[in-house]
Design a protein around this ligand. Structure first.
Ligand code: SAM
Length: 284
């Protein structure tokens, strides 16, 4: 293949196993005039491994918008450039969205060179439904914000996929159990495509237990998947619980009333939150 002048190529790179780079990705990286990389030192190692000598420039969250103007100018003058991130597919919880958007607005051709992405790599081997899924990127670092994000998830969205860090995974699993239920089916995928790749399938508590069995398991990169729960019919929530919720709603804000009713009856907070929202006509 030969690259076209005046084009930005969005090139996926490996998420662990260097053999996962595509032939098309290598050819593109060799032929473009310049590679915009999230971290030029990090990408430099991959390029050296691939025998690519193309020059690089840094494009990260903090300089993306400024850099976009000069990249667009170069493309309009006839250069072709590639965009890569540290690992996987650029723009997927990585920089690049602003650049691609601005290129399209300026009429610069953008061509994807597909390849590894932790979301898809996880889904295709986890054994959870793949017909419908919701990727939510990284959950918030603070537990209270994470709980709010989980509470706000609509029912029946399919498998939920999120990126998580080793440092936060245990408290994140606690929040999943608290908000979505202790029995919710989850899969934790670790170190995908690498030597210590592992999948752990179970409830949040079972996955925590698996992590605690071996300190090594608490390190490295990970993706958490949460199985979907079908929307719960109002009739599945007992009269007694609904009554408590109504009483509390008369005195308290919706979120607080749902949380308290859930605590009193050992119910799932988000099921009651959603029921209260329905009663309120769908707005918080
Ligand atoms: N753009 C990347 C992609 O296409 O997957 C994701 C970049 S994001 C900054 C990094 C996060 O992706 C990690 O914290 C982890 O949640 C996930 N991830 C990346 N590589 C992984 C791997 N080899 N195994 C498990 N998770 C991985």
């Amino acid at each position: 293949m030969t690259t076209e002048s005046g084009t930005l190529y969005v090139v996926a790179t490996p998420i662990g196993n260097l053999a996962d780079i595509s032939e098309r990705a290598v050819a593109t990286l060799k032929q473009v005039n310049c590679i915009a990389a999230e971290d030029t030192r990090h990408t430099g190692k991959l390029l050296a491994h691939l025998g690519v000598q193309t020059r690089t420039l840094a494009l990260h969250d903090h300089n993306e918008k400024q850099r976009a103007a000069s990249i667009i100018a170069r493309c309009q003058a006839g250069d072709s450039l590639a965009l890569v991130s540290d690992a996987g597919t650029p723009l997927i919880s990585d920089p690049g969205y602003n650049l691609v958007r601005l290129c399209r607005e300026a009429g610069v051709k953008v061509v994807p060179i597909p390849g590894p992405c932790a979301v898809i790599t996880t889904l295709c081997a986890a054994g959870l439904p793949t017909d419908k899924f919701l990727f939510i990127g990284f959950l918030a670092a603070k537990s209270s914000q994470r709980q709010a994000q989980l509470t706000a998830l609509p029912a029946d969205v399919g498998t939920i996929v999120c990126y998580e860090t080793a440092r936060r995974i245990e408290s994140c699993l606690d929040d999943v159990a608290l908000v979505l239920g202790a029995q919710r089916e989850c899969v934790l995928a670790k170190e995908l495509t690498k030597t210590f790749e592992a999948f752990c399938h179970g409830t949040p508590a079972q996955i925590k237990h698996w992590l605690a069995e071996d300190l090594q398991r608490c390190q490295g990169e990970m993706v958490l998947m949460i199985a979907s729960e079908p929307a719960r019919a109002v009739s599945d929530i007992s009269e007694q619980v609904q009554q408590t919720l109504k009483i509390l709603l008369a005195e308290l804000p919706l979120k607080q009333a749902a949380a308290l009713a859930a605590q009193i009856h050992n119910e799932k907070k988000n099921a009651l939150y959603k029921l209260a929202l329905e009663w309120a006509g769908g707005s918080d």
